[in-house]
Design a protein around this ligand. Structure first.
Ligand SMILES: [Zn+2]
Length: 183
């Protein structure tokens, strides 16, 4: 039995995490996509736990503690990116792993990144390394996917569309399933 932790980054009222015009809060996108991924993975027999809550911004140490306590097989954090404070030209999709990540985490990140690019047809920013708490403090392969820029006009519109949310969810699901079947 495989257990995956899905983490919709931030919370419903986290300051700053929104499009420059205020139309989209990052958590709206993250949490919708996390739910869509969860539904799909459950249908595939995967056990799902969510690290976020709909009513508060769960502190990062709580999110990683949940994952470690459950001895989950993998931790997948879902985000939308931003560059600067206003609209910006930065665009595309990237997936993060910890600088000292395991081979398995790297494989998971590559599956997910490739699936997102194939499905969403956005600029491929690649798999990158960063010292993020959810990557550092989890005891299992952990990745953080940035599914597009809230600060890019085209991507801000896409991130608000049901079609794009579904496409991201399908891609994340496919990437995670590829990893499960090949681990
Ligand atoms: Zn975020």
């Amino acid at each position: 039995m495989t257990t995956i932790i899905l983490d919709a980054g931030h919370g419903p009222n986290t300051p700053g995490k929104r499009t420059p015009d205020g139309k989209l809060r990052e958590f709206q996108f993250n949490s919708v996509v996390a739910s869509l991924v969860g539904e799909r993975l459950i249908r595939e027999g995967v056990t799902i736990r969510y690290a976020h809550e709909s009513s508060r911004d769960v502190p990062l140490h709580e999110r990683t503690a949940i994952a470690n306590r459950l001895r989950a097989d993998a931790y997948v954090s879902i985000h939308a990116n931003a560059h600067g404070n206003g609209w910006s030209k930065a665009q595309g999709i990237e997936t993060y792993i910890y600088p000292q990540a395991s081979k398995s985490a790297s494989v998971l990140a590559n599956y997910v990144q490739k699936a997102l690019i194939t499905a969403c047809q956005r600029t491929d920013r690649g798999v990158k390394k960063a010292d993020f708490a959810v990557l550092r403090d989890t005891h299992m392969p952990a990745i953080l996917a940035e599914c597009g820029f809230m600060s890019h006009r085209t991507e801000a519109t896409l991130l608000q569309s049901k079609a794009y949310q579904l496409q991201c969810a399908r891609a994340l699901t496919f990437g995670i399933l590829c990893w499960i079947y090949n681990k």
